[in-house]
Structure formats: C-alpha cells, structure tokens
Design a protein around this ligand. Structure first.
Ligand SMILES: [Zn+2]
Length: 496
C-alpha cells in the first residue's frame, strides 16, 4: 500500500457533484485513489509522504481532449506563422514527412512534459501521421507517455486523404515522400486493430486507452468512416476527428455522396456519445442540435481558432442546447504552446467574442467554474471515463495544485478559483499527481529531466528542418546574423 497526504491546502475545489470548495483542507491518497478529503484538522495520522500545500489551490487534474504530439518539435516555423489552415498545413507537411521514431519519442516527451507542468493529467493524442517506414511510432508514443507518467488516450489516427488541393501542391516539392504519409484504407484498419489489440485497456483507472479517428472526415473514401466506427465499437473505443465543414466539404458530400457532412457522419455511425469532435467552429443550429441529441461532444481549442483565424466556436449555443464541451490545446504547430492552463484561460474568454451577427449575451458567458468543469469532468465524460475529472473518495488521484502566492494573483482572495482562471502570469503547476504518483513538484518535472527533453526535441527539430530543406530546396529557418530581419516570403511564393 502506498499513501500520500496533501496538507494545509489553501483552497480545494473538487468538481464533485456538489461543486465543493474547501478552505484550508487536506486530501489523502491511497494506492492511486482518493481515500478521503476534508477541512483541516486532518484526522489521518501519517502517510508514506506528506506535502504541504499552504497558499495553493488544488483542483482535479485537467483532461486535454485534443493534441498532436508530433507537432511539438515544429513550433513557430516562420513559413507557417502567418498562414490560414490549408497554407499552414502546406508549409508544415514537408517537415512532418521526415518524422522518425526518435523524433516521435522526442516530441511525445516534450508534449507530455508541458501538459504535466501545466496541470493536465489525462491527455488525448490525435496521432494521424504514422508513416509505416518510420518504425513503430505507436509503441514509441505509448512507452514515452508511460515513462512521463501521464494518463494517455492514444487516438490511433490516419490520413487517408489530404485536405483541399494540398496534395497537388506538395507533389512537385516532395515527390514520392508524399505517398509515405498518405494512408491506404485497408492497411490503416489493420494498424488500428493492431493498436487496439496491443494497447487498449478498458479497466477502470487504466493509464493507456486507445480511440480511433482519421484526421478529417473521409468523403473521398466513404466506407472508411463506417469501418472505423465498427472497429471502435468492437473494442469499446471512442471516435475522434476534426470537424468544421467548409463550403468545399458541403460540395464534396453532395457531389460524391448525395449527402451533407452531418448526414454522412450519421450514416457512418459516427454520431453518438463516444464521439468527440475537435474545433466545430462552423456548426449550424441544426448541427448543434444533432450533436446534442446524439450526445456527441466537442473539443474546444481556443488558441488554434485565434492562431489560424477560424471563426469563434459557438460555445454558449452548444452549452445551451446540451452539447458536452471540453477543452483541447491542439497540436503545438497550430497553438505553438501546449500549455493546458493557458488554453483554459483563453477558452474562458474567447467564446464571448462574437463572429458575424450573433452576439453572446452576458448571461451565457462561462463562469470560471463552468470553464473548469469543461476542462475536467466534461473532458472525462467525453473520453468515456468516470474514474477521473473530480476529486472524491474512490476517484483516481489525478491532482493539480497551483501556488497563488505570486504577484499575479494578489487580490484574488474573493474567488481564488476565479483568480486561477482570470489572473496569473504563468501556468506552472506547483504539484501534479497522476494516479497517486507525484510527477511535478515545486514546478519541476520529477519523472524526467526537462533540460534533456528540450535538448532531445531541439536536436530532432534540427534534423527535420535539414531533411525538409534538402528535399524541397526551400528555406525553413530565419538565418542568424545581423539585421534587418528578412521578411518571410508570403505563402504564394512558396510554389517556386
Ligand atoms: Zn488538431
């Protein structure tokens, strides 16, 4: 039996059914589960380990619903900095096509470290770029996540088609390398089944689970969506993809399938409570209603919406209609940051901005408690989990603590949880615990050496940059030396 005692907790917000907020509290962990909690004085005489959390706010560890770990070694790429979605993808695929097993390990470690350091204890990785030539990338990810200590939902993805005209634009630059990252449908289904057989763990408190989903809805390979849905059901897995149908997708669904994007999802068995979709920035009223009726959820990725110039997702409308909304940081290519608490803070505010004629009345604005619920219990529910997302006896001991004794939090005593969400200059957790294991302490990762992760990641990034430059003849880096700084060529000139 192992035990951990958190003492003198400044404020403890449990996210339980009663939304309990305790001041000056304690929490006792036994064998990875919350055994008991309450206001001081603590009746538990001793534990293997005791941590004093005076001045800290403790919350359930956050659940990150959307990420692409491999992108963590391709952040702030100059060619992608001013690009909207398709041009952004066009500018990054030459780098991502060079991914290998070592790079995947480096990127996964960086992503997991950043998540744990900012309070996330469970994370999805929507892993859709797994070229067969690169080795056993799935195993690389599962092993790395395990060693860092995060609770991992490996969404075994695929890319059976590329969006828009990206493939035609990339072929002159990348040649045969392009074929290595676009998947064959039958091979992908076999690989998905293989991942489920090797890694799926549906037991309560499981540290690794497998879900499925292509990077986008596959209108051009329509049978694939249904086959993936059937496979997911067989292994009790969830379904996940990006969904924000643009005009071109409505055209494709109509011309190829005589359907709408939503109708195609429904016909393919994708509208259900085990499905959660990323972004959903373009949902119509009827789509929101259909999501609510089916129990289909949404991963709200605020920073990507801003970074790529998407519309603001209609979070208030979704919530009003009963759609379960959680929060995802998205890949570090389109977020650049993979910080969970930073994402929560932006998500809390962004939905108030209205796009087009629709305004969001104040009464529909999220409170900090609403937003925290989205980042914890809602996320857990959308992953089909009832063992994480709140702190109560019998739940997993997945815990994040933030020290409010910082200049940026001064004056938030009236509502410390509001302070955590609305104030704060950085997002560093003082303590992160996953399944009873301390993984971050005093703001430092304890399951790995953060400096070594950074060095490994940057080395892999350099390798990808060099390889992509050699293959395409394009420059991907701002060269060092005296200014003036060169202006990064606008996207159209990349078709050189
Ligand atoms: Zn994404």
């Amino acid at each position: 039996m192992s035990s951990l005692l958190l003492r003198g907790i400044g404020w403890l917000y449990t996210c339980d059914e009663r939304h309990t907020l305790l001041e000056n509290a304690w929490l006792h962990v036994v064998d990875g589960r919350v055994a008991a909690l309450g206001p001081e004085p603590c009746p538990v005489p001793a534990a293997d380990r005791s941590v004093d959390l005076t001045g800290c706010i403790v919350v359930p560890g956050f659940v990150n619903l959307h990420h692409h770990f491999f992108q963590s070694i391709t952040r702030a790429i100059p060619r992608s900095q001013r690009a909207t979605a398709f041009d952004w993808l066009f500018s990054l695929y030459p780098l991502w096509a060079e991914l290998d097993e070592d790079a995947m390990r480096a990127a996964t470690a960086a992503a997991c470290a950043e998540l744990l350091l900012t309070g996330a204890t469970t994370s999805v990785d929507h892993s859709y770029l797994l070229p067969a030539r690169a080795g056993d990338l799935a195993l690389a990810q599962v092993e790395t996540a395990k060693s860092l200590g995060i609770r991992f939902h490996f969404v075994r993805g695929c890319m059976p088609t590329m969006e828009g005209d990206i493939a035609e634009r990339l072929r002159p630059l990348m040649g045969g390398r392009l074929d290595g990252i676009v998947d064959d449908g039958d091979a992908v289904l076999a690989a998905m089944r293989g991942a489920l057989q090797r890694f799926q763990d549906t037991a309560p408190f499981a540290m690794t689970r497998v879900d499925l989903g292509p990077t986008t809805v596959t209108y051009r390979k329509p049978d694939l969506m249904g086959r993936i849905a059937k496979l997911a059901k067989e292994f009790d897995a969830g379904l996940h993809t990006h969904y924000q149908p643009r005009a071109v997708e409505y055209d494709m669904a109509r011309d190829l399938l005589g359907n709408t994007p939503l109708g195609f999802l429904r016909d393919s068995g994708w509208l259900g409570p085990r499905t959660w979709m990323a972004h959903c920035t373009e949902l119509s009223d009827s789509e929101i209603d259909a999501f609510a009726d089916a129990g289909c959820g949404v991963a709200y990725c605020a920073r990507t919406a801003v970074r790529l110039g998407y519309k603001v997702p209609r979070i208030a409308r979704m919530r009003a209609q009963g759609v379960t909304v959680g929060i995802g940081v998205d890949g570090a290519g389109s977020n650049d940051s993979g910080s969970m608490l930073s994402e929560i803070r932006l998500a809390h505010l962004l939905h108030r901005v209205h796009a087009g004629p629709e305004t969001v009345p104040e009464r529909d604005w999220l409170t900090p408690y609403d937003t925290l619920l989205m980042a914890t219990r809602n996320g857990a529910r959308l992953l089909g989990r009832d063992d994480v997302g709140q702190l109560a006896p019998g739940m997993a001991a997945d815990i994040a603590a933030f020290d409010l004794r910082r200049a940026a939090y001064v004056g938030t005593v009236a509502d410390p949880l509001g302070g955590l969400v609305l104030a704060g200059a950085d997002a560093a957790a003082a303590l992160t615990v996953v399944n009873g294991r301390v993984v971050v302490e005093r703001g430092r990762l304890v399951t790995a050496d953060e400096a070594a992760i950074a060095e490994h990641g940057n080395r892999a990034a350099e390798r990808l940059l060099r390889a992509a430059e050699a293959r395409t003849g394009l420059a991907f880096r701002i060269p060092p030396g005296p200014g003036p700084r060169p202006t990064v060529p606008p996207i159209p000139s990349m078709r050189q």
